[in-house]
Design a protein around this ligand. Structure first.
Ligand code: C5P
Length: 240
């Protein structure tokens, strides 16, 4: 994969027109655009189609978490929309992941639609150890929980997981190389960190085993988004 195959732009806009404007400006350099729940709730599947019409691939980041039948049904609709990847919460459990992977796989064969990557979200990065224990009443450490949930995801047919830079070494040690890791929390070595606490620069994230990196504000808030994208692509290429 080339650096531009691995770079995903998070379209964290409220206004779909702004999002499409940025897709138009950057689509020569960026191939995949992440649509999250805010933009999707506003603009829906038609925005996904608009991005695809422009040649962009879509990472649909809706983090599904419900009973197995419902998540499988939602993932199936996302697959029919032709998204390249989508997320669901691994805390939905084994059966939910299993049924989702099975339903999507069957539909891919039956309907000859492209297979989306199914990505598990483990523990949200907004959680710390105390919140995890309070919420789940579990004695496991945050790191143990992340590895445990990623293993479950792998066993039940997920293609990969969303992993913060700090989790990359742990997960790369524990899971086969074919399990895709998608990493947000990326900051250019020269830039500011906004509210992300556990950050890595693009080169570090790739070196630690990220298959894809997700970047939002460093590009969205840049005075020159094209230049910032070029700088990120260069950092991804440099061996360090
Ligand atoms: O603006 P920034 O580069 O921090 O954006 C990162 C993107 O990745 C945002 O869309 C954010 O919601 C998402 N994300 C994250 N941490 C996670 C999962 C997703 O920052 N654990």
């Amino acid at each position: 994969m080339t650096p531009s195959d691995r770079l995903i732009l998070a379209l964290d806009h409220e206004d779909p027109k702004e999002a499409i404007h940025l897709v138009d400006r950057l689509s020569g350099r960026i191939k995949t655009f992440k649509v999250g729940s805010v933009l999707f709730t506003h603009a829906g599947p038609s925005l996904v189609r608009e991005i695809q019409k422009r040649g962009g691939a879509v990472f649909l980041d809706l983090k599904f978490h419900d009973i197995p039948n419902t998540v499988a049904g939602a993932a199936l609709q996302a697959a029919r929309l032709g998204v390249q990847m989508l997320t669901l919460h691994t805390l939905g459990g084994r059966e939910m992941m299993h049924k989702t992977a099975e339903s999507v796989r069957e539909a891919v064969l039956r309907e000859r639609i492209p297979a989306p990557l199914l990505l598990g979200v483990t523990v949200l990065t907004s959680f710390d150890q105390a919140m995890l224990q309070e919420t789940l009443s579990s004695p496991s450490s945050l790191e143990e929980m992340v590895v445990h949930l990623a293993r479950l995801a792998h066993e039940e047919g997920m293609d990969g997981a969303v992993a913060s830079p700090r989790e990359l070494p742990l997960l790369r040690k524990d899971l086969p190389r074919s399990f895709r890791l998608v990493t947000p929390g990326i900051r250019l070595s020269s830039g500011n960190h906004q509210d992300q606490r556990r950050v890595a620069d693009p080169r570090q994230a790739i070196a630690q085993g990220a298959d894809y990196i997700v970047v939002g504000r460093p590009i969205l808030e840049s005075k020159n988004p094209i230049e910032t994208v070029e700088a990120i692509l260069r950092e991804m290429e440099s061996p360090g």
